[in-house]
Ligand binder design. Structure first.
Ligand SMILES: Cc1ncc(COP(=O)(O)OP(=O)(O)O)c(N)n1
Ligand SMILES: Cc1nc(C(=O)O)sc1CCOP(=O)(O)O
Ligand SMILES: [Mg+2]
Length: 564
């Protein structure tokens, strides 16, 4: 790889014959650039007077357009002509996560599914100019880096980031392409170790990159990955994610996350697919996107991992290119869009306040349809609904779900389905609730994608911990009191509920024998992540669902009980 400035410039200008002119030609809205273009020397560095003029004119244009900001990630990376990785993957990942993405290109690669045929490094001055251009004008929340092909590029990046601090810096320490071609030489390591990593909020090496960062120590197990995460953390980044997708002999893909205090092993089933080119860039961009939206680091990492798993799973059959490793589809969610795709936002834990769970036996007893029961519950103030129709025929269940979905959506209330992922997918419900012996949460997540709500029943702290690792959104914890609604259900009491809440990083809803007479006692255990109560008989085995829902909602809304 070229290292001296003259080599870098030569490589740059060799590329495509006339590299600078198109950049300037593009700028029709900036007439002063035409004069730059007319000059015989294309390097703006050599036109100090013009640069002053450009700066002056640009300054007058730097008026904030509006306060209505969209989360913004700036990616500093290389272009992949094949569109699977690099800048192209970053743009797609940010778009899929609904975050604005600006780009600073550090290199242009000729690349396809077979491998990398050529690399042209952008001179560090022009990388600096791109950085300055974006960061002096736009409000960037998070910077994400990918291919940083020269030490000088690492240096100018660090220098400019010190001038324009951002909320977070995500570093994907790209060293080789997935085809094995070298994208950053060993000299870059110095820049990583001395300057970039100490400024970094999260670094996301795969096994090979982690090994290189540590001086080529072999990493062969999850335990080695934990040691590596700790050692890399000692180099300065505040968080480390060592990705274990390439770990040999493992059925699962285990990533190790270390925040300086605790280790987390994030597991998902290994997805057997050729189409995994660009997963590293996409993962880092998703983390950046979630951080830009305001997520905590851990939840950004988890969301990003779910997104990758779902994208790989949905893209198994994609056939692009003839090489060994193909790209995947970042917009897999568009396949599932139908016109009632209402749920655009992530799950809101406060929706768990009054969780109405239906029961076909009770509706039959009172001569009501599922839809009538659900309508009364949401009118009365239920904040989330679960259809738990154990005896319904599939076709009837599906038809009822569609009607209930319309009702719930008209009230802005999420509708979940008990146990049946097929029904969730068929009617585009908002999510599923599963128990410990139903579809595993990990699988449910990879089948449903990152946006659907997944709840899981837990009776123990261990189950609660696993639920979080597996990608659930909330925990249903019970039976708090004895119940006749679910046969042979073990009662765990308020103590059991408290233990689960304490161990859980997820929001919790209490269930089992809860009604107007004891809901206060449940909420008064005072655990901040206990967000509400889930009830069946005290709403649906009653003469007037509307009145009983209203009463329970009023009680739960008392200021003394509300934990936001
Ligand atoms: C909110 C909520 N919590 C717990 C359950 C129970 O689910 P599960 O253990 O799968 O039992 P069944 O409901 O399937 O009998 C739930 N449904 N909802
Ligand atoms: C469906 C369910 N799951 C439970 C658990 O403990 O996980 S208890 C339960 C039944 C709750 O019904 P009711 O409000 O009528 O007691
Ligand atoms: Mg179940």
């Amino acid at each position: 790889m070229a290292s001296s400035e003259s080599q870098l410039l030569r490589r740059h200008f060799d590329y495509g014959g006339a590299p600078v002119a198109p950049v300037f030609r593009r700028s029709l809205r900036f007439p002063f650039w035409n004069s730059v273009h007319a000059n015989t020397d294309p390097n703006p560095k050599n036109h100090p007077s013009l640069r002053v003029k450009i700066q002056a004119q640009a300054d007058t244009m730097m008026k904030p357009v509006s306060d209505n900001k969209i989360p913004h990630v700036l990616t500093v990376a290389g272009s992949d002509s094949g569109g699977g990785a690099g800048i192209q993957a970053d743009l797609k990942a940010c778009a899929a996560r609904r975050v604005y993405c600006s780009t600073v290109i550090t290199a242009v690669t000729a690349q396809n599914t077979v491998g990398v045929q050529g690399v042209n490094i952008v001179p560090e001055d022009f990388v600096a100019e791109q950085l300055q251009s974006v960061l002096s004008d736009m409000h960037v929340d998070v910077v994400k880096t990918g291919m940083l092909p020269s030490l000088n590029i690492v240096k100018v990046l660090c220098q400019i980031l010190r001038k324009f601090p951002v909320k977070a810096l995500v570093v994907d320490p790209v060293m080789k392409s997935s085809s094995g071609d070298v994208l950053a030489g060993s000299s870059v390591l110095t820049g990583f170790l001395e300057e970039l990593l100490p400024m970094t909020d999260i670094v996301t090496p795969n096994i090979k990159e982690a090994s290189v960062l540590l001086g080529n120590v072999p990493l062969k197990s999850v335990s080695d990955m934990r040691t590596a995460a700790k050692l890399i953390h000692d180099m300065g980044p505040r968080n480390v994610l060592v990705k274990g997708g390439d770990l040999p002999n493992s059925l699962d893909s285990v990533d190790v996350f270390f925040d300086g205090d605790e280790f987390y092993e994030l597991c998902s089933p290994r997805i057997n697919t050729r189409n995994s080119h660009g997963t590293g860039c996409t993962l880092a961009s998703c983390i950046a996107a979630e951080l830009a939206k305001g997520s905590s680091m851990l939840s950004a990492v988890k969301t990003a991992k779910h997104f990758i798993d779902a994208a790989l799973d949905y893209s198994r059959d994609l056939a692009i290119g003839n090489g060994v490793q193909g790209p995947f589809d970042h917009f897999f969610e568009l396949k599932n869009i139908n016109h009632s795709s209402w749920r655009q936002n992530m799950f809101n834990p406060n929706d768990l306040l009054l969780y109405a769970v239906t029961d076909s036996g009770m509706n039959m007893k009172w001569g009501r349809s599922i839809a009538e029961a659900v309508k009364a519950a949401v009118e009365g103030g239920a904040t989330i609904v679960q259809l738990r129709e154990k005896d319904a025929e599939t076709r009837d269940f599906l038809d009822a779900s569609k009607v209930c979905l319309e009702i719930c959506r008209s009230y802005g209330v999420p509708l979940l389905i008990n146990d049946r992922l097929d029904v969730v997918l068929a009617c585009d419900a908002d999510g599923v609730h599963v128990g410990q012996s139903d579809m595993p949460v990990r699988l449910a997540r990879s089948l449903l994608g990152p946006e659907k709500i997944i709840g899981v029943s837990c009776k123990t702290p261990e189950q609660a911990h696993q639920a979080w690792i597996d990608g659930a959104d909330y925990i249903g914890c019970g039976g708090v009191y004895p119940t006749n609604t679910k046969a042979n259900n073990r009662t765990i009491g308020l103590e059991g509920l408290k233990k689960v809440c304490e161990a859980s990083k997820l929001p919790v809803v209490a269930i089992g024998g809860i009604g107007l007479s004891n809901a206060r006692a449940v909420m008064e255990i005072g655990e901040p992540n206990l967000k509400g109560v889930a009830v069946v008989s005290s709403l649906f085995d009653r003469e007037c669902i509307l009145t009983d829902t209203r009463n329970l909602h009023a009680l739960l809304s008392e200021p003394a009980l509300l934990i936001q």
